[in-house]
Design a protein around this ligand. Structure first.
Ligand code: SF4
Ligand code: SF4
Length: 172
């Protein structure tokens, strides 16, 4: 984070992932500034930052199809990919950031396109999660670390969502 990378894009003055993302190696919870971050300037321990930070790249940094309106420091959104699909994390100071144009329309378009390919689109505000589908938004409230999201389908349409305790053996 907060670095140049192998793509042509650079983090520049963005340090938003150092606030939004959880860093296990630092016991840093999500949604709080890392104690090593100098907001808008960079990482005070850049040379020795944890491997989680070394490996992290938000989607804006790695995907040139996202134009500069998606730069996290501007959008107040950090986009990442999970095994299930796209995760859109809001800056806690801007919990409605995803609803502003052009973001909401694009997020809904990803959900529409994702339906046929079983790609989910999840908006995350703190621990609150909202599964966006073409038919409706499923506001799941706060989803714990030990919980997971289970979708119910009719064909490719999501018609219901439950949050259940994760099974470590099954979900490993
Ligand atoms: S959110 Fe993306 S652009 Fe911003 S500092 Fe992190 S990796 Fe760089
Ligand atoms: S260690 Fe550095 S790169 Fe990692 S979250 Fe903290 S400030 Fe960001």
């Amino acid at each position: 984070m907060t670095s140049s990378c192998e793509t042509s894009r650079q983090c520049g003055d963005c340090t938003l992932c150092c606030k939004i993302m959880e860093i296990e190696q630092l016991d840093k919870p999500a949604q709080t500034w890392c104690r090593h971050c100098r907001p808008r300037h960079g990482c005070a321990i850049y040379q020795t930052r944890p491997i989680e930070c070394v490996d992290f790249r938000c989607l804006w940094l790695s995907n040139v199809q996202l134009d500069d309106s998606w730069k996290p420091s501007r959008a107040k959104l950090v986009l990442t990919m999970s095994a299930d699909g796209v995760e859109v994390r809001c800056d806690p100071g801007f919990p409605e950031a995803w609803r502003r144009p052009p973001y909401e329309a694009q997020i809904r378009e990803w959900a529409r396109r994702g339906e046929d390919n079983d790609v989910t689109v999840l908006v995350i505000i703190g621990r609150r999660m909202i599964l966006i589908t073409p038919g409706q938004d499923f506001d799941l409230g706060e989803v714990g670390r030990d919980e997971r999201i289970v979708r119910e389908f009719e064909g490719t349409h999501v018609v219901g969502v439950r949050v259940v305790k994760a099974d470590p053996a099954r979900d490993a």
